[in-house]
Design a protein around this ligand. Structure first.
Ligand code: COS
Length: 385
């Protein structure tokens, strides 16, 4: 399909493709097995300026937007949805600073994130607060010009590897969602430590850890936005970052389809390549159609965000829910096309199926995305009366 990409965007895709094929493909299995963090590939991506794609030039970035980020994440995810996450999760941790940071905060934190010499992470989720994000229990108690943070964040992508963290904590529990505040924290601050690295089903090249705050003293200058604005910071951040998850899912789907069609052309049964059987070719037709539809939605949503549109929650949730459901379906079907071989670790599609699953869960489960979409539809109807 023709998406009227600019020459610059086509170059980003070419560059990300080259990195994915030449640098990432040879090591995906290694990192999937070991679960180590792929710092060598992060270095390659940072040397190619991929970390700066969506960050303004004034802060050391390339001056693009969500669309530039999304096409790079998609291309990298075609080969490895775990390694590409070092970039997408850094964007998730960077958006709050881009959206709500003061000039001083932006000047301090964005340049190393744009260069990829430092990574970022976003700390909202807790053991008892996943979908119910306003139920967080981490507290930030005011103490003069400082806040004292106590609590534990769970399942934080890039946790322990990142240097810069946006953390949402309760400054006034009584106020519910309006009592949360967002802070920028740095690795190495006294009272800020990390829990064990999680052993996951998929995206195993990505680091997921707890963040533990034990009387961690943070200056009020580290607040993003204002005290009490943390929930809005989180929600606006997720509106911007969900297309990144969608792009990761889209890339995984495309990668699985690429492998499945190649295999279906080569695999001979009953004297013919299996692609010549309608049962298989119709599966491939559906996989290609669904992936293309996901791409159209993800690109449209990214462009809407980049146009400066204020209300992007609905489309952002639609892109995330659709692309991730497509990724799950397409990767399951890719395993099916491969048959018994698809179930074996020597072939790439079982990893893609494991990697796809998380895209239906994180940055808001797909059930929550449907709630967001439904809420927006109700609002639209009400405004028509
Ligand atoms: N932009 C701006 N404001 C928003 C917003 C958005 N996208 N979404 C909600 N808000 C505002 C609401 O307008 C409301 O403001 P008021 O207090 O002024 O009325 C406030 O935030 C609270 O919203 P709401 O009442 O809808 O909050 P709920 O506690 O019911 O939660 C959901 C809403 C479920 C949508 C939210 O908790 C959520 O997104 N959960 C999933 C969290 C998630 O994605 N976790 C993954 C973590 S990152 S890997």
């Amino acid at each position: 399909m023709e998406y009227f990409l600019t020459d610059e965007q086509k170059m980003i895709i070419e560059l990300a493709h080259k990195i994915a094929v030449e640098k990432i493909a040879p090591v995906t299995e290694k990192y999937d097995e070991s679960g180590e963090f792929p710092w060598d590939i992060v270095k390659v991506m940072s040397d190619a300026d991929l970390f700066g794609l969506y960050i303004p030039e004034a802060y050391g970035g390339m001056g693009g937007g969500v669309m530039e980020l999304v096409i790079a994440v998609e291309e990298l995810s075609r080969i490895c949805g775990g390694i590409s996450l070092s970039l997408a999760a850094t964007a998730l941790g960077t958006f709050p600073i881009l959206l709500f940071g003061t000039e001083e905060q932006k000047k301090k934190y964005l340049p190393p994130l744009a260069k990829g010499t430092k990574l970022a992470a976003f700390g909202l989720t807790e053991a008892n607060a996943g979908s119910d994000a306003s139920g967080i229990e981490t507290t930030a108690k005011k103490d003069g010009d400082y806040y004292i943070l106590n609590g534990t964040k769970q399942w934080i992508t890039n946790g322990g590897e990142a240097d810069t963290y946006t953390i949402i904590a309760m400054t006034d529990k009584k106020k519910g969602a309006r009592g949360a505040t967002a802070f920028i924290l740095e690795k190495g601050m006294p009272g800020f430590s990390f829990g064990k690295k999680e052993n996951k089903m998929g995206i195993r090249a990505s680091a997921t850890r707890e963040l533990v705050f034990s009387d961690c003293k943070v200056h009020k200058n580290q607040i993003l936005g204002r005290e009490g604005m943390g929930f809005i910071v989180a929600m606006k951040t997720l509106d911007q970052s969900r297309p990144g998850v969608a792009a990761q899912a889209l890339g995984i789907a495309q990668g699985a389809f690429d492998k499945a069609i190649e295999y279906a052309r080569q695999r001979v049964q009953f004297g013919k390549p299996i692609i010549s059987f309608q049962a298989v070719s119709h599966m491939l037709a559906d996989m290609a159609t669904q992936t293309e539809a996901a791409r159209a939605l993800v690109y449209e949503c990214s462009r809407l965000i980049d146009s400066g549109a204020k209300d992007v929650s609905k489309l952002s949730a639609m892109a995330k829910v659709f692309a991730s459901d497509v990724a799950m379906k397409v990767t399951i079907d890719a395993v099916q096309v491969f048959g018994g071989y698809g179930y074996m670790k020597e072939y790439p599609v079982e990893k893609m199926m494991r990697d796809a699953k998380i895209t239906q869960i994180y940055e808001g489960t797909n059930q929550i995305q449907r709630n967001v979409i439904a809420q927006e539809l109700i609002k639209e109807q009400a405004s028509k009366k």
